[in-house]
Design a binder for this molecule. Structure first.
Ligand code: UFG
Length: 329
C-alpha cells in the first residue's frame, strides 16, 4: 500500500518524500507545480501532475493506485500574499481540502496527516505555546489553516476518517544530500534571504523592527529543520495506523532565536560580513513564537535532530551555495 503525498514537489513535501523513500515506503506524489518543482520530486516516487481542486483527477488516482494514507501539503503559505489575496487562500487551502475530503470519503481512504501552522495561534498568550492555547489567527493564511483543522474535525466526526494536524513553527534548512532545499519565488523567509547576501544576490538583509519587547529588540522565532518536520509526518502516519485516533501537534524546537542571532550565525557559517539594515516592522509579526512540542515528543515519540541554528544554517547554506537560483541551477 502506498502513501499519497499532495504537494510533494514543494519544500516540506519534497523533504518528506525523501524520508518516506528512505524508509522504503511506496510513495505517490501529486502536485500542480504552481509553487512546487518537478526537480524536487524524488526519482523513486510516482508523480501525477494535477490539482487537488479537481475531484475527477483525485478520484482517478485513488481508484488506480493502492493508497492507504495521505499526507497533505498542497496549500499556499505566504502570509503577506494571504492578506492581499485572501480568496486565493480560501480557494486553494480550504476549497481544495474540501474536494480532497469528498474524494477520500467516497474512495474509502481513512488516514490523513496535514500541514497546519503556528499562524493558527495569532498573538500568543503564553510562551512556549501549547496546542490547548487559544487560536485567534491574525492573517488569512492562519485563518484558512484553522478552518481546515475544523473541517477535518467535523468530517472525521461524520465519516470514518482520522487525521493528524501538524502545526509547524519556522521551517528551515535543507536535505543532507544537498539535492533539495528551500526555493520560493518570491522568497520571503528570513534564512534564505540572509543567504542571498553571501551569494551576491542582494547587498544586505533588512531587519524588520528592532524595538520589540525581546532580548535584543528583534523578533524571536522557533526554527525547526525541515527533515525533523518530515520525520514527524512519518510518525504521525504510524500513530494513525496504530491508534486510529485524530489529534493536533505543535512542531518546533522549543528554543527561540532572534533575527539578529540568526544573522550572526549566518555570518559565522558563511564567513561573509552580511550587512544588516534596520527597517520598519512588518505588519502582523508577533514579537515571539516558541513552540512547546512536548506533546509530539511524548505521544508521537518525535525527536529533533537539528537542535541548534548552526546546524540548520549550515545545511541551508550547503543547498543555497550550490543552487543560488533554486532549482533553476
Ligand atoms: N524577517 C526580517 N527580515 C526579512 C525577513 C524576515 O527581519 O527580510 C523577520 C520577520 O520579521 C520575522 C522573522 O524574520 O520576525 C521570521 O520571518 P519569516 O518570514 O522567515 O517567517 P515568519 O515567522 O513570518 O513565518 C513563518 C512561516 C509562516 C507561518 C508563520 C507562523 O513562514 O508560514 O511562521 O507565524 F505562518
Amino acid at each position: 500500500m502506498a502513501v499519497l503525498v499532495l504537494g510533494g514537489a514543494g519544500y516540506i513535501g519534497s523533504h518528506t518524500v525523501y524520508e518516506l523513500i528512505d524508509k522504503d515506503e511506496e510513495t505517490i506524489v501529486i502536485d500542480n507545480l504552481q509553487t512546487g518543482h518537478l526537480e524536487a520530486v524524488h526519482p523513486k516516487a510516482k508523480f501525477y501532475k494535477g490539482d487537488i481542486r479537481d475531484k475527477e483527477f483525485l478520484d482517478n488516482v485513488f481508484k488506480k493506485e493502492k493508497i492507504d494514507s495521505v499526507i497533505h501539503f498542497a496549500a499556499n503559505s505566504v502570509v503577506p500574499e494571504s492578506m492581499t489575496d485572501p480568496l486565493k487562500y480560501y480557494d486553494n487551502n480550504l476549497y481544495g481540502t474540501m474536494i480532497l475530503l469528498k474524494s477520500m470519503v467516497e474512495n474509502g481512504i481513512d488516514k490523513i496527516v496535514f500541514s497546519s501552522t503556528a499562524a493558527t495561534y495569532g498573538e500568543p498568550e503564553n510562551i512556549p505555546i501549547k496546542e490547548t492555547d487559544k487560536t485567534e489567527p491574525i492573517n488569512t493564511y492562519g485563518e484558512t489553516k484553522l478552518a481546515m483543522e475544523k473541517m477535518f474535525k467535523w468530517v472525521s466526526n461524520a465519516h470514518n476518517i482520522k487525521y493528524v494536524s501538524l502545526r509547524y513553527f519556522n521551517a528551515c534548512g535543507a536535505h543532507k544530500s544537498g539535492k533539495i532545499g528551500e526555493a520560493h519565488n518570491p522568497e520571503t523567509h528570513l534564512i534564505p534571504l540572509i543567504l542571498q547576501v553571501p551569494n551576491n544576490l542582494r547587498e544586505n538583509i533588512k531587519i524588520f523592527g528592532d524595538d520589540y519587547d525581546t532580548k535584543d529588540g528583534t523578533c524571536i522565532r522557533d526554527y525547526i529543520h525541515v527533515t525533523d518536520l518530515a520525520q514527524a509526518h512519518i510518525l504521525a502516519i504510524e500513530y494513525l495506523k496504530k491508534n486510529n485516533k485524530s489529534d493536533i501537534f505543535n512542531l518546533g524546537n522549543g528554543i527561540g532565536f532572534s533575527v539578529k542571532e540568526i544573522i550572526e550565525t549566518a555570518r559565522k557559517i558563511t564567513g561573509h560580513p552580511i550587512p544588516a539594515i534596520v527597517s520598519p516592522k512588518r505588519p502582523g509579526d508577533p514579537a515571539q513564537l516558541i513552540a512547546s512540542s512536548e506533546k509530539a515528543e511524548k505521544i508521537l515519540g518525535w525527536k529533533q535532530i537539528y537542535a541548534n541554528p548552526e546546524d540548520i544554517i549550515e545545511s541551508a547554506w550547503r543547498w543555497h551555495k550550490n543552487h543560488p537560483l533554486g532549482f533553476k541551477n
